[in-house]
Ligand binder design. Structure first.
Ligand code: GRF
Length: 198
């Protein structure tokens, strides 16, 4: 019997996407994977508290890729999920984990994405442009920020009078928190199947 895909979730903030993954896991919606580790990019972020409450091992690694790599290797991590992780990973890192890193971005890529487009910025840009529909994208991570193959997307309507904060919340509720657990299971199953074939 081969094991579940071992997942690490990398976070930098409040961790609502991490929470969506934890909740989906406890509902049995990620049967082929298991969150083994949460890595925070700085101390004191609420995402780490969520990991603690869920009984998941968690560590803080400040901009130190060699350290990050050795921790991931020590835990035998097979799938890395960037859930609001604000540190850009080097090409060396993304090549090492090619097709094994996914990210959630709060827009419909290729709109409102790339370097510097984080937090409220994609929503501010969508409102400034005047698009009527935005959404979220889960994609594979390569050396180009927000440039890897798209796995899942979900559209979200923009409403009259929306502020960036209101839109951010709607995109999270209607798209991000649904897409990320779905993609986690998709990738976990794929990685598990690759082991079976090997
Ligand atoms: C989300 O909007 C995500 O799409 C982006 O950063 C935000 C993280 O929020 N990459 P949280 O920490 O998961 O609450």
């Amino acid at each position: 019997m081969n094991q579940k895909t071992k997942i690490a979730v990398l976070v930098s903030g409040g961790g609502t996407n991490l929470q969506a993954l934890i909740d989906a896991q406890s509902r049995g919606e990620i049967p082929d994977g298991e969150i083994r580790l949460v890595v925070g990019s700085r101390d004191g972020i609420y995402a780490l508290e969520r990991a603690e409450q869920a009984g998941i091992e968690h560590v803080v690694v400040h901009k130190d890729e060699p350290k990050l790599l050795s921790i991931l290797e020590a835990h035998d991590i097979e799938l890395i999920i960037l859930a609001g992780y604000l540190t850009i990973l080097s090409e060396n890192f993304t090549k090492k984990y090619a097709n094994r890193i996914i990210n959630i971005h709060p827009s419909l890529i290729p709109s409102f994405c790339g370097k510097g487009m984080y937090g409220l910025k994609p929503h501010e840009a969508a409102l400034a442009y005047g698009v009527k529909v935005t959404g979220a994208t889960v994609h594979l991570v390569n050396e180009i920020p927000d440039g890897g193959r798209i796995l899942l997307q979900k559209a979200v309507e923009i409403k009259e009078g929306d502020t960036a904060e209101i839109l951010q919340k709607r995109v999270m509720e209607q798209a991000e928190w649904k897409l990320l657990p779905k993609a986690a299971e998709m990738m976990s199953l794929e990685i598990r199947n690759q082991h079976l074939k090997a």
